[in-house]
Design a binder for this molecule. Structure first.
Ligand SMILES: NC(=O)c1ccc[n+]([C@@H]2O[C@H](COP(=O)([O-])OP(=O)(O)OC[C@H]3O[C@@H](n4cnc5c(N)ncnc54)[C@H](OP(=O)(O)O)[C@@H]3O)[C@@H](O)[C@H]2O)c1
Length: 244
């Protein structure tokens, strides 16, 4: 299998990539930090990957994304799947104080993803097969006072994916929206841990499985599906009084 992973230094993406490495997959890794992504690539080779290339890129450089995807296609001589994993857990208070901060968070969590999806969707549509998987979040299912900038960016991605899925189903291309709850990764290092936190190993394994056998929306762990289904039905007049 030939896989492009964007945000490949993410703890969750690394865990997913380890499963692909074990089956000698060929991987093209895009990530911001050159040293980190080269270390991840070296580790995946040791774990059995058939081929790993790394491509350092800050994904907010939107004009550079087309060339990055093209480099992946050329290097791997094709593509079977794409996993988009990069993200930033926005500082909500900083965003409330700053238009620039809010827009930068949207650039990372939403605009770069939508740009990448526009590029890879056309590639896979022409090819007539493939899987596009994107890590969104349960935070995108409903706005919360404590993280609505991050939530709105993820929510926009989830809606974009829903529409894209309906377009690409006709071409035989799968589009998977991955919605993790809390995961114990560097992104949440500052948060107090509780029983709701999943491990990146468990989440990465589920993502690997869903890319191999695509479904439309993966809540991970599974219990977030009923939790978010309930929360989505709480009336606005009650929801806006909730403490989180
Ligand atoms: N952890 C959670 O509780 C949780 C819950 C729901 C959804 N998610 C989503 O899961 C995905 C993976 O996150 P994670 O938990 O694995 O956290 P993580 O280990 O902190 O990974 C985040 C990744 O995004 C990369 N990134 C950030 N800004 C970037 C940019 N401008 N250009 C390129 N790469 C950039 C980071 O690169 P650097 O290594 O260079 O910093 C890092 O590799 C994210 O989309 C996140 O929103 C996480």
């Amino acid at each position: 299998m030939k896989i492009l992973i964007v945000g490949a230094t993410s703890a969750i993406a690394q865990e997913t990539a380890k499963h692909f490495a074990r089956e000698q997959a060929e991987l093209f890794l895009i990530a911001r930090d050159k040293t980190k992504v080269e270390a991840v690539a070296a580790d995946l080779i040791v774990r059995g990957a058939g081929h790993v290339a790394s491509y350092p890129l800050d994904v907010t450089h939107i004009d550079a994304l087309h060339a990055a995807v093209q480099a992946a296609v050329t290097d791997l001589q094709g593509l079977d799947a794409v996993l988009i994993a990069h993200g930033s857990l926005s500082d909500q208070r900083a965003c409330e104080d700053s238009v620039a901060e809010t827009l930068q968070e949207f650039r990372i969590n939403c605009l770069s993803v939508i740009a990448l999806l526009t590029i890879v969707a056309n590639y896979f549509e022409r090819q007539g097969t493939g899987c596009i998987a994107v890590i969104s979040s349960v935070a995108g299912d409903r706005g919360r006072r404590s993280n609505y900038v991050y939530g709105a960016a993820k929510g926009a991605v989830s809606i974009f994916l829903e529409g894209l899925r309906s377009r690409l189903v006709r071409a035989g291309v799968s589009v998977v929206t991955i919605k993790p709850g809390f995961v114990d990764t560097p992104m949440t290092a500052h948060m107090k841990k509780n029983a709701l936190f999943a491990t990146p190993e468990a989440v990465g394994k589920r993502i690997y499985e869903v890319i191999k056998h695509p479904r439309d929306v993966l809540y991970v762990p599974w219990f977030w599906r009923p939790v978010m289904s309930f929360l989505r039905h709480v009336p606005h007049r009650v929801y806006k009084q909730l403490p989180f």
